[in-house]
Design a protein around this ligand. Structure first.
Ligand SMILES: Nc1ncnc2c1ncn2[C@@H]1O[C@H](COP(=O)(O)OP(=O)(O)O)[C@@H](O)[C@H]1O
Ligand SMILES: [Mg+2]
Length: 407
């Protein structure tokens, strides 16, 4: 019997449209002999839909078509299976699903929120668990963990919006330990949203005011000069890791913008959305790049080793892309960020190493199954008669006794 793979995509994220592209690319490449693919699309207003027509990118030009022809469902555990059941009457089970493949990007989905739901209902899924996903999205968490592991990074400072609003002098004093130019980023958004390079105090204040609109946590970093950006993917989990080819990403701007990443020269837009889709149907695969990157053997090795350490220490699983900033004059390598579910699943980085898209997806699913087996093999509950004792002690009156037992 084929494994029934539910591909979840979309969701309430600024990278909603990019996720549609990544998911459609992957669904077209999943081995049909082995897998039955079930598209599961989460709209921006958090409704879940399934149906074959969700494989067609055209349908997303008009959400009313999705609502009209798709089946509005919930995913839950029912009598020993995981099911997609219609929300409206008659509440039929539409599909059973064996494993979920989340192909989502950004906050509210990639960052552990979706993974939390999947772990709560207990369904096997591909990619990082809740913890790996959370630290993979929040730039302050990932950097603090990497700093502890002695990985090379640019100097950075982070703060909360409330503290800045209360005492901006104090926060600016903290930032003054960095040298200009600096780059201001919201800690948890992605796709270069709310990011600004600042050359002086005045533009720094502007940058912070802008970033605060996107997040309550802001990170400010020293800018890497003579910038060369390279990315690498790591596949595996905390036990085994292997690395892809390294790409160099090229930008015409000071830093890689949303447009550089996904649009090229395209100008198509989704209805009611600022984000382009039509002319960027190649997703991350369409960015301007040199593949393989032009690097010395020594630097290549350095990037590979740092990437593996970075992946492992965050507890990542599946296939993540790790991005580096290189000062090409000083030949100094800095790790920048991890993307736990990268655009287009970074398939092109594996293809360049002779691993085609379909086998890459296969590997990811196999790792997901292994992670699931490992997860259920650990004891999560233990026999206890606390509740019985609670009743015997007369309910609430017995609270003292219960506390004693818990200790
Ligand atoms: N410290 C830095 N020095 C120079 N350029 C940077 C630095 N940090 C980020 N950038 C530029 O900004 C882009 C977006 O920043 P990044 O941290 O990758 O955020 P995002 O999650 O939005 O992709 C990077 O691809 C790079 O071009
Ligand atoms: Mg980035």
């Amino acid at each position: 019997m084929k494994i029934r793979v539910g591909v979840i995509f979309g969701g309430e994220s600024v990278e909603h449209e990019v996720s549609i592209i990544s998911a459609i690319q992957a669904m077209n490449k999943l081995d049909q002999e082995k897998y039955e693919t079930i598209p599961i699309y989460i709209t921006k207003d958090r409704e879940w839909y399934t149906g074959e027509m969700l494989r067609d990118i055209e349908i997303y030009q008009d959400l009313s078509l999705v609502k009209k022809y798709g089946k509005n469902v919930v995913l839950y555990y029912k009598k020993g299976s995981y099911v997609l059941q219609k929300k409206t009457f008659p509440r039929r089970v539409i599909k059973e699903v064996d494993i979920i493949f989340p192909i989502v990007h950004g906050t509210n989905v990639e960052d552990g929120v979706l993974q939390g739901y999947l772990q709560t209902i207990g369904i096997p899924f591909v990619g990082s668990n809740v913890y790996g996903s959370v630290v993979g999205q929040d730039k302050t968490y990932m950097k603090d963990i990497w700093a502890e592991a002695d990985l090379p990074m640019t100097k950075y400072v982070w703060f909360y919006d409330v503290d800045y609003k209360k005492d901006s002098e104090e926060v600016l004093k903290k930032i003054s330990k960095l040298r200009f130019p600096v780059i201001v980023k919201p800690a948890t958004t992605g796709s270069s949203v709310g990011i600004m390079v600042c050359d002086d105090q005045e533009s720094l204040i502007e940058g912070i005011d802008d970033a605060i609109q996107y997040d309550n946590k802001i990170i400010v970093e020293e800018v890497v000069e003579n910038l060369k950006e390279v990315n690498i993917a790591v596949m595996g989990n905390y036990e085994h890791q292997r690395v892809s080819e390294i790409e160099e990403v090229l930008s015409s701007n000071k830093f890689l913008t949303y447009a550089d990443k996904y649009i090229g020269n395209g100008k198509g837009k989704l209805k009611g959305s600022k984000a382009p889709v039509k002319n960027s149907s190649k997703g991350m695969a369409s960015a301007n790049r040199k593949l393989p990157a032009d690097l010395s053997d020594k630097m290549r090795k350095e990037v590979e080793e740092i990437a593996i350490k970075a992946f492992k220490v965050l507890g990542s699983s599946g296939n993540s892309r790790i991005d580096f900033l290189i000062d090409d004059a000083k030949k100094k390598v800095y790790i920048n960020e991890i993307n736990s579910i990268p655009g287009s699943l970074a398939f092109y980085l594996w293809e360049a190493k002779g691993i085609d898209f379909s086998s890459m997806l296969d590997d990811m699913i196999q790792i997901g199954i292994k992670d699931y087996k490992k997860r259920v093999s650990k004891t999560h509950s233990f026999e206890t008669n606390i509740l019985k004792g609670f009743a015997e002690h007369g309910g609430l009156k017995g609270m003292k006794g219960v506390k004693g037992k818990l200790r």
